[in-house]
Write a protein that binds this ligand. Structure first.
Ligand code: 9PG
Length: 786
């Protein structure tokens, strides 16, 4: 028996029996009798070690200093070699600085022969008497649910209730390589789920749960499997990918991690995300990107001329819509893979465009997909040995796109292939002049196949490939990751696409066919994009800046105005980047105004109060502070496909007691909330939303209620001073605009001046006044009777 304990955890293990218990102090034991295991092969024979006993050679309790995590109190167990000569190093640790439990397994080949590692099981518990049991809470009627994280940027991430079935692609044979990690099981039955990198099992009734997973993904892709129901079960493992471990070599897993989760805390996954950021050396960029991207209007149909037209439009509207970035997307290259040859629309390549974009004061950005290869490219035919192949010599499929049923991928263990990807990045960043690169389809670097060097796991190959890209780009280049496994990317990208592509349709379709395809969760569509914008919002400003994908505001898509407002609301409220992707030269002023109202971006991570309670969260909360005091933004979504009444219940949001003013941004209505009573919003359209600014009513004092200048309805207020005789406020929006603001005033104002000019005041309702202003106005109210 060996045990460690601190104020958060109790851990004990029985090395002879090969099992362990883990629980929160003063709460039910989460894992009771959990097991480890290492599955490996020697020649043709399969073995599983650590399963029944850890054959302990030595066990040591110690405190060590970890460069990233600080002080760790740990138990280190060394096993003796088994009959094949395999020895194992187990570490169980409690960091002083984080409420986390960590463990890892080192696998050492002390035998004579190479072995292949299939799987390193970090935890198996429940569903089998041998493996003890899993308990999340002691509630009499638990309502268990599981957060499943998608493998890469585009893959659906959601919380499923125990009666639900996980959403899996039905395009597996064709899109499997893009839509899932092949070593993470496909689940089919209700209550059976799988996840990549980490997952959260929780009880919706007891409001507690546990996150389990990994802090990094440098060594192995991490997978999880979870069973909810009669018998709860949990399995967490590192995928060995049959990588060869030579005699005398050792491989250690990334840290496995368990974090107790309080579902009602504002930042429930904070400890985990912070520790993972630390371990991976994250540094956040100073500025949240805003800009324009060519993809979602022109798609592959871009030319130098069309980019220039939009550049000119951007220049013309800069005062009203100050964006930083102009990003050229897919469609300039001769073929995916042949990055140094250009299509006829770019007769001079992209370097002159980068120069012009920069000359106009914008940051030039370029899309590249350095790990994926079109089978009709020159690269493919000239360097057959750089292409990832299976055991039969056939190229491994990286999925279907660009008219190719089976795209190919580079074998990044071929030094020349990796060098080529470095050259692509160096050229784009340092010769063509792009300080911003969107690096896409990077999952292709981590597909299963027979590699030139069989001694690396897929995760090692991918991570080293990504590190090579970062090194080639230099720290100064802004890198946006896209189509890339989440856990492998932490610490390497400044921004990360965290969801599926947006599109001009709410639901996905293939060449207009909705039936069947509308069930797909990684295909481009507004619905699929917004899903992860909400369910991965917690990653923003911890692992990178989240990229929610582009906001389309033009009128000629199939999106309704309500749907566009929903995308704008989700984008703005989650604090990631803002990219437009319409033909800016043809946008109408009212549509442009939707985008304008999101600038400047706030770049804050919000709270998601019902993130664990439904598959798609329907509430966002963001607390803000200004010279006038604090206020709260609340977004409420109607995910139904029919118009519905939305109910706003202040008690759902842990708001301070009192009476409130609420102003709804998209329709400009002002409400008064008395004694915590709910507000009703009837007839919110399908996929529509309500965006409220809430301020506690302060009798006897003036309150800013909001307006139509900025979605936050308050961050435009730069100065605010109220005296007995009146009120003075100054707005500063960093862009040119005009519109209305509304205030609740304690007394009837006798005189109102906007920028020194007396104006007429409109009364919106009793005690609430409207004034027309610009984004930089100074407004003074003189109260009457004083
Ligand atoms: C350029 C595009 C854009 C876009 C990227 C990526 O599921 N799919 O088949 C699928 C295809 C393309 C795709 C995403 C998913 O888009 O996300 O922003 O850059 O490539 O080709």
């Amino acid at each position: 028996m060996a045990a460690i304990e601190n104020r958060d955890f109790r851990f004990d293990c029985s090395p002879e029996k090969g099992c362990f218990d883990l629980g929160r102090s003063e709460a039910v034991t989460f894992i009771n009798g959990g097991r480890l295991g290492v599955m490996y092969r020697c020649g043709r024979e399969h073995f599983e070690a650590l399963r029944d006993t850890w054959q302990t050679f030595s066990a040591l309790e110690e405190t060590v200093e970890d460069t990233h995590l600080g002080l760790l109190r740990q138990i280190r167990i060394e096993t003796g070699a088994d009959r094949q000569g395999m020895a194992f190093h187990l570490v169980f640790a409690l960091p002083e600085a984080y409420p986390l439990f960590l463990w890892r397994i080192g696998v050492e080949n002390r035998g004579q022969d190479p072995v292949k590692i299939d799987r390193i099981t970090m935890l198996q518990s429940g569903r089998d008497r041998e493996c003890g049991q899993v308990r999340v809470s002691d509630a009499e009627q638990p309502r268990l649910a599981f957060y499943a994280n998608g493998w890469q940027s585009w893959n659906w991430s959601a919380v499923y209730g125990n009666a639900q079935r996980q959403r899996n692609t039905r395009l597996g044979p064709i899109m499997g390589p893009m839509y899932r990690n092949h070593s993470t099981p496909v689940t089919r039955r209700a209550g059976h789920f799988s996840s990549d990198f980490f997952g959260v099992i929780g009880d919706r009734n007891a409001r507690v749960g546990w996150l389990v997973g990994f802090l990094s993904q440098r060594q192995h892709f991490g997978s999880l499997e979870c069973w909810l129901g009669e018998e709860t079960g949990l399995c967490v493992w590192a995928n060995g990918d049959e990588a060869v471990l030579e005699a005398g070599e050792r491989i250690d897993t990334d840290w496995a991690v368990a974090q107790p989760v309080d579902l009602d805390r504002p930042d429930p996954l904070g400890a985990y995300t912070e520790a993972a950021a630390r371990v991976n050396g994250v540094t956040l960029p100073d500025k949240v990107p805003s800009g324009w991207c060519s993809w979602y209007y022109y798609y592959l149909n871009i030319t130098e001329e069309k980019i220039r037209r939009n550049l000119e439009a951007l220049r013309g509207m800069r005062e009203r819509l100050p964006l930083d970035l102009v990003q050229i997307d897919d469609g300039f290259e001769k073929q995916v893979g042949d990055w140094f040859e250009f299509l006829p629309g770019f007769p001079n390549g992209v370097a002159p465009l980068a120069a012009d974009i920069a000359r106009d004061g914008f940051m030039p950005g370029l899309w590249l997909a350095p790990f994926i290869v079109h089978p009709r490219s020159r690269l493919y035919s000239e360097h057959p040995d750089w292409i990832l192949r299976d055991g039969h010599g056939r190229h491994v499929s990286a999925g279907y796109n660009w008219g190719a049923l089976r795209l190919a991928a580079l074998d990044l263990t071929m030094p020349e292939a990796l060098d080529y990807t470095r050259r692509v990045i160096t050229t784009a960043a340092h010769e063509w002049g792009f300080p911003y690169l969107k690096l896409d389809f990077l999952y292709a670097g981590g597909l299963a196949g027979k590699r030139h060097n069989p001694r690396f796991t897929r995760a090692q190959v991918l991570r080293r490939g990504l590190e090579a890209l970062r090194e080639a780009a230099g720290r100064e280049t802004f890198l946006l990751g896209c189509g890339v496994p989440i856990g492998s990317s932490i610490g390497l990208f400044d921004a990360m696409r965290i969801g599926a592509d947006v599109a001009g349709d709410w639901e996905p379709n293939y060449m207009g066919i909705r039936l069947f395809f509308d069930q797909e969760t990684s295909m481009p569509s507004a619905r699929n994009a917004v899903q992860n914008v909400l369910t991965r919002a917690f990653q923003n400003r911890r692992w990178w800046i989240n990229d929610p994908d582009c906001l389309l505001v033009r009128a000629d898509t199939k999106l309704t105005l309500a749907e566009i407002q929903t995308l704008a609301t989700a984008t703005a409220m989650t604090g990631g980047s803002l990219l437009l992707s319409d033909d800016l030269s043809t946008l109408s002023p009212d549509r442009l105004r939707i985008a304008e109202a999101l600038l400047p971006m706030l770049g804050k991570r919000p709270e998601m109060p019902d993130w664990f309670d439904r598959e798609t969260p329907s509430r966002i909360k963001l607390d803000l502070e200004g010279p006038e005091g604090g206020w709260t933004l609340i977004a409420l979504f109607n995910w139904a496909s029919t118009a519905e009444e939305i109910l706003f219940r202040p008690s759902d949001f842990r708001l301070a007691e009192g009476d409130y003013w609420a102003r709804s941004f998209w329709d400009g209505k002002v409400y008064r909330i008395e004694r915590g009573l709910p507000l009703r919003f009837p007839g919110i359209p399908a996929h529509g939303c309500v965006l409220l600014a809430l301020r506690i009513a302060n009798e006897g004092k003036a309150r800013y209620l909001g307006g139509d200048l900025h979605f936050s309805q308050g961050s435009e207020v730069a100065e605010w001073s109220e005296e007995e005789h009146g009120l003075r406020l100054r707005l500063d929006l960093e862009r040119r605009t005009e519109g209305w603001i509304e205030l609740a005033l304690p007394r009837n104002p006798a005189a109102v001046r906007v920028d020194g000019v007396a104006v007429k005041l409109e009364i919106a309702r009793e005690g609430v006044y409207r004034v027309h202003v610009t984004g930089q106005s100074e407004v003074t109210f003189g109260y009457s009777g004083s």
